[in-house]
Design a protein around this ligand. Sequence first.
Ligand code: PPS
Length: 297
Amino acid sequence: MQAMQPDENYLFTYKGFYFQPDLTSVEHLDTLDDFEIRDSDVFLFTYPKSGTVWTENILSLIYHEGHRNGMENLNILDRFLSLEYKIRNVDYVSHPSPRLFLSHLPYYLVPKGLKNRRAKVVYVVRNPKDVLVSYYHFSKIFVTLGKVEVEDFGIFMEKFLAGKVVASLWLDHVEGWFSHRDDFNILFLTYEEMKKDLRSSVLKLCNFLGKRLTEKEVDAVVDQATFDKMKADPRANFEFLPPDMIDHSKGHFLRKGTIGDWKNMMTVGQNERFESVFKERMEKLPIKFCWDINDEL
Ligand code: PPS
């Protein structure tokens, strides 16, 4: 594996995008452009901390009866193939269909075969203040991200606003995917709509994926995708990962799982600073953001 030289933030740049150095390689990233796509492939794209694992869980419950009825006891890492990070040593080519992929890649680094609109793409977006707060807490428990000491929240926020974090700038990611949506067979979902009406979100996904589930099966998906169920499930909460990857003594992967937790973290001044950097570009996005659990969608 070609060595990736991390910078002072323990980040590696490949084609203008920040990766975590120890989980991928230049050779692997170089193969992605020509990566062969199947019609039956499903790709989940997100900016980190936007509800990736939640949506992975829902998709795998929709696709696999064995996950719904508990017969297949797979942890969340083994239910999906990570496109850019080779976390598991799995051969993607011989993997049976339907292959479920997850990725934090920006639209411009994805396999070019995806642009023929055959495989299905799901993109989940979350309000960026909750993303920031979730990311900050995660960087304390995810040991490899924390190789550079995560200082106070204000310093982390400046890194986030400058895009000096894994997956680069939130705005670029979301803007890029929305403005190129016509290139893909894509469904956009928001974390907030999933939180406010999980059942409707599951049905929306089933409809997009062409999966017909019975009422009872939909109930089973919804039941196993609630925050409380997932938090209590060690397979979803990454409790199987060793302490040199996740420091379980410092917190849980499934932390609060709500809308508006940023209000408990950001000062008035930090919120103003955030808005001064993000607001103008955010207003141009075709998304109505929800900032509080009590707000209407
Ligand atoms: S990662 O590391 O990028 O894969 O993180 P990601 O999975 O995208 O996001 C983690 C946040 O999603 C929350 N989460 C949920 N919220 C509500 N309901 C369910 N079922 C659920 N599952 C995961 C998780 O708690 C993280 O958000 P915070 O705000 O930190 O709690």
